[in-house]
Design a protein around this ligand. Structure first.
Ligand SMILES: [Zn+2]
Length: 286
């Protein structure tokens, strides 16, 4: 049996040839979009909290709200603190009841990354909190979009050794993927991905802007978790822009919120479908 609920959900998805969608949520509207879409498609999902959200005033409250709301969902809904390297923040995330942290040691050299990840996993996993790590370097900024070129790619042999030495539940790979907007046409190194695939389940960050066939191929090759952020924010901003004038006269915040939830949910729907969850007929019209 998997040591953590997070690992069990990823392993079940991988067994089905599917991937769990992980979606960054900055507020309750974002959460509602992810939860509603996941429930409609009967798919598990991961709600990601960015480290800047978590560290901000009210961040811990937001995290606890997400955890409480996730227990109400009719599907497996997990909450993860994304890209954190600060040990205090990692401990605070575990204390707040989150299901997982992405312990990001990718800026460290290899041995330091092993030591950092091994220590975090040793502390958190016995408490049921899963640990995802990163090997290689996924470039770009998680909260702001900008053109990005890919960073240092994950070495397959090193990935196997890293997983054995650290005992992580999930490993984020760098195979040409970036955070934010791709500068030029994205090119994923599928041969490299195929060579890395094995235990533990792999995650692919920076899925915004990757064409659907590339996402499907990555999932078919064993990626069990895919992170999406930029496209959700673009849909959110687009809905605000399109609806703010119509709702401003009555100061109708509820209608504005509903428009943003619907726009973000459409993106989540299409990603979950690409990750193998939704039959075509269940897709909402865009
Ligand atoms: Zn990421």
């Amino acid at each position: 049996m998997a040591a953590t609920r997070f690992a069990a959900v990823l392993e079940r998805a991988r067994g089905l040839g599917r991937a769990v969608g992980a979606f960054t949520c900055y507020d309750l509207e974002g959460f509602e979009a992810v939860a509603g879409s996941a429930e409609a498609q009967g798919a598990p999902a991961i709600v990601l909290i960015s480290p800047s959200s978590f560290a901000a005033p009210g961040g811990r409250r937001l995290a606890r709200a997400f955890v409480a709301m996730a227990t109400e969902a009719s599907v497996d809904l997990l909450v993860q603190l994304d890209h954190v390297s600060d040990r205090d923040q990692i401990e605070r995330a575990a204390d707040a009841g989150l299901d997982a942290v992405m312990a990001d040691g990718s800026k460290l050299d290899y041995e330091q990354n092993v030591e950092f990840t091994r220590t975090v996993a040793g502390s958190l996993r016995p408490r049921g909190v899963a640990v995802e790590a990163e090997l290689g370097r996924v470039e770009g900024h998680e909260d702001r979009a900008g053109p990005v070129a890919s960073g240092e790619l994950t070495d397959p042999a090193q990935a196997r050794e890293f997983a054995e030495r650290t005992g992580v539940d999930c490993l984020a790979v760098a195979i040409g993927n970036v955070h934010g907007h791709y500068s030029g046409t994205p090119r994923l190194d599928f041969d490299r991905l195929e060579a890395i695939t094995g235990t533990p389940p792999l995650s692919l960050h920076g899925a915004s802007g990757l064409p659907e066939p590339a996402l499907r191929r990555a999932v078919a090759l064993g990626v069990a978790k895919v992170n999406v952020n930029t496209e959700l924010r673009a849909a959110y901003f687009g809905a605000l822009r399109a609806n703010v004038d119509a709702t401003e006269e009555g100061l109708d915040l509820k209608a504005l919120g509903e428009a943003t939830v619907a726009a973000v949910a459409r993106v989540v729907d299409s990603k979950l479908a690409a990750f193998g969850w939704a039959p075509e007929e269940l897709r909402r019209s865009a």
